[in-house]
Design a protein around this ligand. Structure first.
Ligand code: SF4
Length: 241
């Protein structure tokens, strides 16, 4: 529930590098285990929301909406962690676990955005229907889908980014945020939705074949056998409309 200052909802926000000894002790005593519920397209149905609220209320958890469009439950303990996970899985949720295929980050696109050129939720669904059950997927690569060149989901700042244009989809690879951000390079122009899905499959296979434990895609772009032509510097330019 929103409060006037937010202080009631976030009672421990004043923790951090500047906190005193007593505050540090208080922070370290708080239950710190957490569970991430993966939401396809960032969507959650009313019945699913009720199930999450019931679990959160029962175990006194906070619900944090992550930048990856997932829902993270904060404040579990080592003792109740397994029970919470079991209850969420019994409700049909996918939880963040090693080896899962990443859920694409999705802007609202058509028909919800007046600038939208593509139905991004439909594309996300198609990608997850094809690859969502893959196991053994190595970290770390992220996918983002944008319904127009405005790139609201940061499609040029993730490992595989898709941007709808008036001529089809442009595909970018090798972007990342974090400490040393990189802009993705364009690897395809004006391809169809079906071609986007095929490209994601080939990129997933390529990443798996050339990755030990974990690897961002930008490290693979320079290899001679990279499966798509990489445009030089094009990722910085706006995608053509
Ligand atoms: S990327 Fe384009 S279509 Fe998607 S939400 Fe932003 S402006 Fe709308």
């Amino acid at each position: 529930m929103e409060t006037e200052s937010g202080a009631d909802f976030f009672p421990d926000c004043n923790t951090g590098p500047g906190m005193d000894e007593q505050q540090q002790m208080h922070a370290s005593n708080r239950p710190a285990e957490h569970i991430t519920i993966l939401l396809p397209g960032g969507l959650i149905a009313p019945e699913e929301m009720k199930a999450v609220i019931a679990v959160a209320a029962r175990f006194d958890l906070s619900c944090y909406a992550t930048t990856a469009q997932n829902l993270r439950l904060l404040g579990a303990t080592r003792e109740n962690l397994d029970e919470i996970k079991r209850m969420l899985k019994d409700s049909g949720f996918h939880l963040k676990e090693a080896g899962r295929f990443p859920k694409p980050k999705v802007c609202i696109g058509l028909p919800y955005c007046k600038l939208g050129l593509a139905d991004t939720f439909a594309l996300s669904k198609r990608i997850l229907e094809r690859f969502g059950n893959r196991s053994g997927v190595k970290p770390k690569w992220k996918i983002a889908l944008s319904g127009c060149p405005a790139c609201c989901t940061g499609s040029k700042l993730v490992d595989v980014g898709v941007v709808a244009t008036r001529k089809g989809f442009d595909v970018f690879a090798g972007g990342k945020g974090g400490l040393q951000p990189k802009t993705g390079k364009r690897i395809a122009r004006a391809v169809s939705e079906g071609e986007v899905v095929e490209m994601i499959g080939r990129l997933a296979d390529y990443h798996a074949a050339h990755t030990g434990k974990k690897q961002r895609m930008f490290k693979l772009l320079g290899r001679e056998d990279f499966p798509f032509p990489v445009e030089d510097g094009e990722g910085d330019a706006p995608a053509h409309r």
